[in-house]
Design a protein around this ligand. Sequence first.
Ligand code: 3PG
Ligand code: MG
Length: 395
Amino acid sequence: MMKTIDDLAVEGRRVLVRADLNVPLDGGRVADDGRILASLPTLTALKARDARIIVCAHLGRPGGKPDPRYSLAPVAARLSELLGQKVEFAADTTGPSARAAVAVLRPGGVVMLENLRFDAAETSKDDAQRGRFADQLAGLADLYVSDGFGAVHRKHASVYDVALRLPHAAGYLVQAEATALGRLTASIRRPYLVVLGGAKVTDKFGAFGSLLGTADRILVGGAMAFPFLAAQGHPTGTSLLAADQVDAAAACLDKAAPGKIELPSDLVVAADVAADTPHQVVAANAIPAGQMGLDIGPQTAARFADALGGAETVFWNGPMGVFEIAPYAAGTRAVATAMTEHPAFTLIGGGDTGAAIRALGFAEEAFGYVSTGGGASLEFIQGNTLPGLAVLEAS
Ligand code: 3PG
Ligand code: MG
């Protein structure tokens, strides 16, 4: 069993909290603060219990060196607003700035460290290198709280190795995520439908193969659809597609029972992604040359909505189209609407999908659970071991 922060004596102690604050930025401002909001229950509880709080997190993939474009400073500013209290921002992760800020940290105070991934050791595959960085992080604190659910599938220094070095517990977000996602790993109420989309496709084929075994049906939209259409021999125009994805899609089609994978039958296409470029609806097996698919079409949206109406359990990862641009938001909106209109247990996984439903004006409460983890939730529902959770359970 994982301990939670309720089991830790935190008063007056320095508590290192690993959060997932990997949020979209827009011109130096936080564009969607869903993950920051999700970190608040743990932080406010620790604050109320007079812990000295040190928040650490990553932003993007800066490649192991400082890069101002990936600074967590805007995130610290937004966290300050949401907590109603100044969050001191350290200009480094474990260097002089971090140590100085922690040294003057008072009970109930909050310090945020700069992006952990400014140090290559954070994500290193070399245990010793990660371990040295974890030693430095652990040196800042007395206790460790793991609350960055979106990163618990990563064997990273701040996620995994620090937990080996400090008395630790799960935060409320990690606890809530594990409970909600647990409903998709054992005694699943059927029919169980999975909706997969999004732009980051390559990462998801492993999950796809495994979900073919557990789900009753998989509805495919977004850029995930193009490798499947290509594998069936259809033209995909200039749609987002990497050559190596086609074989992976073909393997999924081979493995799947007939009717298990539902592909789009129509698509909204245009010559480029801009909002003012003329767009049209075409059959999914006839994307014209020079055009790219940017959303599922109305017929597909209606078919998917209908299928969702008959489900008892739904897992959704990845928008159906470029929802950020109005002409390509209808498919994502239709899927979200169908999920809110039926009594199924609906679980949305992934930072982008959560951001999509918020951007389209849906209340999170309209869904069974909105996970902050994309890759992490996919790993979890496959029953895989997540290093950042296993390490909490081990001791
Ligand atoms: C995410 O956004 O999925 C998490 O923050 C993990 O980020 P990563 O995929 O760069 O490890
Ligand atoms: Mg991700």
